[in-house]
Structure formats: structure tokens, C-alpha cells
Ligand binder design. Structure first.
Ligand SMILES: [Zn+2]
Length: 256
């Protein structure tokens, strides 16, 4: 699936998760947490494609589909994650599992697997923790030491990566969920080149759902005790429907 669809589908899913919490999130104190959640999910939504080569969206500051607008944090994270997380992990996997860890067809390998995104997220969070720890010795920056927002960012990053895997499961290349132990892929029938209408339809449905829940929450039609169940259930139910609508599980396609 193309980078632009990963960004749109992931960010809309995150908004849908946050929508029932709107009343508690619309405060000045929660602003840093919300911004870091969105940033983590955004970077995470593009990260699995670091194994795709240098034309992947994460290595470029141009925001796809945003008319030339640039976001310089994207390539900064892209190259940092490539050299400090992906390459060291790939080397360790190569030593343990041998040459079979490389994708034979197509690009999807370590960063396109659950174990890969989990390890990359843990490593990235650890690096950020260490940088914040070092900075905490600077006057006025002591609050950075073991700040809970570091974990917020790490969790949102992992969620962004996980949603990328779910999105790629819909297309005909699929995802090997048991990599590196098994290379059989769970896949759908959507073409990954952006010509299929389905991702656009899914985006519209996610947007509608987010707007409806956001409005109901603001108008206090949703009791507070339903906020967390709704945050969890609505995105899960919608994504199960999207996966089925994408033909998952499909038989192996011609293209890997
Ligand atoms: Zn991908």
C-alpha cells in the first residue's frame, strides 16, 4: 500500500480511538500528550516501509498529497530508525536465523513483521529515553528524565506500525505474521499500487465514524463509562470488516 494511504488510514483510526476521549483530552494539560500520540502514530505509520528502499515516504520530507508541504522530522526519524534500529536488528536476525530472513520477492521483511515492529519500537523508545536522560542534566530540563510522555510516544509509534501491518494485510502482497519462523503470508486482494478504490472507501468510513463519535461525545450523549470500550471496539469492528472486504484471507497472488 502507498505511503499516503498508510498516513490517512492510520491517522483516521487514531482519531477514531481518541474521539470518545475528546472531553478529557480538550485541556491544555493534555495537549503535549495528544501531540506526541499523533506524531508517534504518524512516524509509525510510515516506518515498516524502511525496508522498501530510498523512495519510501519515510525518507522524504514532502508530505505525500500535501501539495509540496514539508515535514522535516519524517526523514530525520526515517534515517535514524534505519541505521540505529533496523540495520542492527537485521544483523542480529541474520546471525541467528541465516540468509532466509531476507525477502525473496518484494521488499517486506523484518520491519513488516510483528516481532520487527515490537523490537524497533522498544529500541527507539530506549534511544529517546537515553537522549532525554542526558538532556535532563541541562538546567531547566530535569523534567525530561524518565518522562511518561516518552512511553506515550513509544506506544503510539508501535500502534502506527501495527496499523501499517493491518493495512498491508489488505493488499495482495500480505504480511508474514510469524516472520522469521514462517514465511506464509496473510493477504487480501487489493492492488498495492493505489489503483484500488477500497482504501479510499475505508478512509471515508473511518472519518464518518470519528466525526459521529466526536459529536456525540462533545454533546455528552455518550456516558463516560462507555468512552474506553468505544475507543477499543469501534476501530476493531471496522477493521475486521475492512479486512473481510479486502478478501482476507486470500489465496496467494501472482505478485509477491
Ligand atoms: Zn508496507
Amino acid at each position: 500500500m502507498k505511503g499516503i494511504f498508510h498516513i490517512i488510514l492510520t491517522m483516521l483510526t487514531v482519531l477514531l480511538i481518541l474521539a470518545p476521549q475528546t472531553n478529557s483530552l480538550l485541556t491544555l494539560e493534555s495537549l503535549p500528550a495528544v501531540l506526541l500520540l499523533l506524531l508517534g502514530a504518524f512516524i509509525g505509520s510510515l516506518t515498516p516501509d524502511i525496508d522498501k528502499g530510498k523512495d519510501a515516504a519515510i525518507y522524504h520530507s514532502e508530505i505525500p498529497g500535501a501539495g509540496g508541504k514539508k515535514f522535516h522530522l519524517t526523514p530525520m526519524f526515517g534515517y535514524s530508525i534505519y541505521y540505529t534500529c533496523y540495520k542492527p536488528l537485521q544483523l542480529i536476525f541474520r546471525i541467528i536465523f541465516g540468509k532466509k530472513i531476507y525477502a525473496i520477492h518484494g521488499h517486506r521483511e523484518l520491519p513488516h513483521s510483528p516481532i520487527g515492529i515490537l523490537l524497533i519500537s522498544v529500541l527507539l523508545t530506549l534511544y529517546i529515553w537515553l537522549i532525554c536522560f542526558a538532556l535532563s542534566f541541562v538546567p531547566y530540563l530535569a523534567f525530561l528524565n524518565n518522562n511518561y510522555l516518552i512511553y506515550h510516544f513509544g506506544a503510539a509509534f508501535l500502534l502506527g506500525c501495527f496499523l501499517h501491518l493491518i493495512e498491508d494485510t489488505c493488499d495482495n502482497s500480505g504480511i508474514h505474521y510469524f516472520y522469521p519462523f514462517s514465511f506464509s503470508r496473510l493477504r487480501g486482494t487489493i492492488k498495492g499500487d493505489g489503483t484500488d478504490i477500497n482504501p479510499t472507501v475505508y478512509a471515508v468510513i473511518l472519518l464518518f465514524a470519528a466525526v459521529i463519535i466526536f459529536s456525540l461525545t462533545i454533546l455528552k450523549f455518550i456516558p463516560a463509562q462507555f468512552a474506553y470500550p468505544l475507543s477499543l471496539l469501534v476501530p476493531i469492528v471496522l477493521w475486521v470488516i475492512f479486512l473481510r472486504a479486502s478478501g482476507v484471507p486470500a489465496k496467494k497472488a501472482i505478485r509477491e
